[in-house]
Write a new protein. Structure first.
Ligand code: 48F
Length: 260
């Protein structure tokens, strides 16, 4: 076995996939539970979707569970989805069920990839691509470049739709707002910032906050609550899954109307 063949196999396989994903239907920023759920549902509908994740591992805030107790709480109404993903759940009381956070994120990752989504880890999204009235892609670089503050110019991925699933910081919406001085489709026209913890309210509002906030740019997961100024909710995760699913549903509709 030649070491050069091992190296070439890795490089060629990666480059092929990377080139193939320079143009996608949907680019999702952030491989947390909401971004992965969105990717899974889109991929199930044969939509070309790629997820870009800054960290070494996918999962966002999920592997850490609540304060590093690696269990998560979920609500009864997403038991069907957990069944579909093959994740074991245990009943805690009438309202709350629990699952292992590692099992949950592993299942979601696996299903997203098996259905055709591509996940690029260790890549940071540092900007969006803009045309007169629409966002139409993302600007990417190796996370290591950003972390080491090297001056290296980025590359671009074109997408019909971009999803900000970056969690509490709503990083992409903030970058866009700051750089372009454009108004987002929110009550204030800007990113309101997340509010203090109120689990029930946060879980309710996240669904309605999941929407297009600028032509071509969607928010889901904690980024949606951050953009619209809704509360955080801690280690209960039902809303993250439902928000990712809703973002996928809206984008599917948009793609259908584009092709009409
Ligand atoms: O934070 P994260 O898990 O977001 P989420 O899907 O889920 C929130 C929950 O984990 C939890 C919660 C539950 O009630 O409140 O916090 O909304 O995942 C966001 C991912 O985005 C990545 C980040 O590393 C994380 O894995 N990310 C953030 N900014 C960028 C990014 C960026 N600019 N480029 C690439 N990835």
């Amino acid at each position: 076995m030649d070491e050069i063949d091992i190296s070439k196999a890795i490089i060629e396989d990666f480059i092929k996939n990377f080139l193939d994903n320079l143009t996608v239907d949907v680019a999702i920023i952030g491989a947390g539970p909401s971004g992965l759920m969105c990717a899974y549902r889109l991929a199930q509908s044969r939509i070309k979707v790629a997820v870009f994740e800054r960290q070494l591992r996918a999962g966002g805030g999920m592997p850490g569970g609540g304060m590093m107790f690696n269990s998560i709480a979920i609500q009864k109404d997403i038991l069907g989805l957990f069944g579909e993903l093959g994740i074991s759940v245990r009943k805690y009381n009438e309202q709350i069920y629990v699952a292992n956070s590692i099992e949950t994120i592993s299942a979601l990752c696996y299903q997203a990839i098996k259905n055709g989504a591509r996940i690029f880890n260790l890549m940071s999204v540092e900007d969006v691509v803009i045309r007169t009235d629409k966002i139409c892609g993302i600007v990417i670089n190796w996370s290591a470049v950003n972390w080491s503050k090297l001056h290296v110019d980025p590359l671009v991925v074109k997408a019909k739709f971009v999803v900000d699933a970056t969690g509490h910081d709503a990083e992409i919406c903030r970058i866009f707002e700051k750089k372009m001085e454009k108004k987002l489709i929110t009550p204030t026209g800007s990113v309101a910032g997340e509010k203090s913890m109120w689990a029930e309210e946060g879980e309710k509002q996240i669904i309605c906050n999941t929407k297009e906030v600028y032509p071509g740019l969607f928010v889901c997961g904690m980024a949606a609550n951050a953009v619209f100024g809704s509360p955080r909710m801690g280690a209960i995760f039902g809303g993250m899954f439902l928000s990712g699913e809703k973002a996928a549903d809206i984008i599917k509709e948009k793609l259908i109307s584009l092709h009409r």
